[in-house]
Design a protein around this ligand. Structure first.
Ligand code: MD6
Ligand code: FE
Length: 213
């Protein structure tokens, strides 16, 4: 029974081979990260991007780092400049680089140095449909995902779109690390429920750190 009790209270949970949920890992840095996000959004405002099919995505996005992920009629890709301004994306703040590296290391991926950070802002009702992250060059590198503000139900699927997806709750300060054999799993998030969080108000912010180039 001691073992069960330990498993239930360990904040760092393996979800699947290559995937680990670090509950509360970013909690101490949350306010500072949100200040960083605000400064980034002042230079590269959140915007709704369009899918190649021409549909506006419900989630609003920005980026920081030497590369930023975009979607438009020409497809999904990483670019060095914000297409709205023509300027380079704001740099990745050192605090965020350190946090992402520490989380990756804790999950078994040492020496992770991201060059891209996609920032997603969800309002109530917005969702992310099932997808794979496959626009990066090097699938040996993991993805580190930081959740802030309102909690959401994350869908964690398999390597085929039709595989049944598990559900897990991502809350303020949680970090999900995702690499190795889990790197190409399908995933998404259910529509965000109404609510207010003291740190973010009526939204959820998700940062995903990647080695894109
Ligand atoms: C989100 N996250 O949590 C969307 N991708 O809002 C992702 O799409 C994601 O959390 C790859 C790895 C971790 C993620
Ligand atoms: Fe993703």
């Amino acid at each position: 029974m001691t073992l069960d009790l330990f498993a239930a209270t360990d904040p760092y949970q393996p979800i699947a081979p290559g995937a680990m949920l670090l509950h509360g890992f970013a909690l101490a840095d949350a306010d500072a990260i949100l200040a960083d996000v605000q400064a980034i959004a002042a230079r590269a405002p959140f915007r709704r991007m369009f899918t190649p099919g021409g549909q506006a995505m419900s989630v609003a996005m920005s980026n920081c780092g030497s590369l930023g992920w975009i979607s438009d009629r020409h497809g999904y890709r990483y670019v060095a400049a914000d297409p709205d301004s023509g300027q380079p994306w704001p740099p990745l703040p050192p605090r965020l680089l350190r946090l992402a590296g520490a989380a990756a290391e804790r999950a078994g991926f040492p020496a992770f140095v991201p060059d891209a950070c996609l920032i997603n802002r969800y309002a109530p009702g917005t969702r992310m449909s099932l997808h794979q992250d496959r626009d990066e060059q090097d699938f040996t590198q993991p993805i580190v995902s930081v959740s802030l503000g309102l909690s959401v139900t994350f869908l964690f699927g398999g390597l085929a779109r039709s595989d049944k997806a598990a559900r897990l709750t991502l809350s303020h300060g949680d970090v999900l690390v995702w690499g190795g054999p889990a790197r190409l799993r399908f995933h998404g998030v259910l529509p965000l429920l109404d609510g207010r969080h003291p740190a973010t108000g009526a939204c959820r912010i998700n940062l995903t750190f990647r080695k894109a180039g």
